[in-house]
Design a protein around this ligand. Sequence first.
Ligand SMILES: [Zn+2]
Length: 232
Amino acid sequence: MQVSSISFNPAFGTRNELKGVIYVKPLKNGKTQEGIINHALKELESAEYDKTDILYMKSMGINPPFQSGKEAVEYLKNKNIPIKYGKFSDSKVHACLAKDETGERTVMINAKYKDSKSMPEILATAEAIVHETGHAKDEDTTNSIQRELDNLSLNVLTHRSFEKQYPKVFEGCNSFFFKEGVSLYPKLFFEYGIDKTGLKERVADKYGHMQAGDYKHPASKLANEIKELGTV
Ligand SMILES: [Zn+2]
């Protein structure tokens, strides 16, 4: 998922400093897409974050930007931020927050998921949306490792809430959407030992080129350790 976004006419674009510019061309939502997005928002709205999970995140120096899925959905609604599918120049990007030339922001989901309407896929879409909504909340285009960690915690908190609500719903989901996103981070945050080696390596690999922290998301010890790994 991308962090910052800048605009490129006529398509939306996002910039990744190391990997170059990623272009996103928005598509018009059809009935199926509206259905998936509305369902995903409904599920996100019902996602309650476990208090102990939040404390655990904080103990690692990670600060979730929202305390529940409902808060994220309310933010999107209050700010009138639309959700669309788009053709990404990089097929590995699940979603991003794009800004057009007028400054309007859009949560863009990779068009390869535009017909993904099974229940686990809808939940995965909700998780992609909550991450980008976390980025939107900053109302700027700065990026940092800490900012990614904070927003990734939203994916994890939402995912764990869905697992509680719908036990086994993600069982057998092995496509890229799950292996490289939805199912990966909950494992890295919670299961790979206390030194968090797996999490550090993954975040360093994806975001290690960014600064460790920024003015809205000061770097934690974890973010600094990831930055060190990322610059080796
Ligand atoms: Zn991100």
